[in-house]
Design a protein around this ligand. Sequence first.
Ligand SMILES: [Zn+2]
Length: 108
Amino acid sequence: MELNNDTPATQEKIKQMEQELSKLEHNLWKEYYEAGKGILEIAEQENKRINSLVDKIIETRRKLAETKQEKCCPECTASNDHDSLYCKRCGARLPDTDDTKEDNNGTK
Ligand SMILES: [Zn+2]
């Protein structure tokens, strides 16, 4: 096969192929973009679901600790004996026994 790059017909063919290629590449990027967006949306929904589950677990742990008269660690939510001063899991300072009410100011 002999290819002559100099003829206008060949030049035109090359131009068309290049245009087709850039169109295809554009479509590919669009697909990537849409797929990425879809994945992000799913991830966000899953994240919300998981977060609400985690919230529920933390709340339940807190209630359980309260019922068992244990201290729930504000940092890692581990339950500790009611007279513990520091968390047995992470070592965080636990709130005083007298003050078990929700008091979250300044502990972050
Ligand atoms: Zn802890």
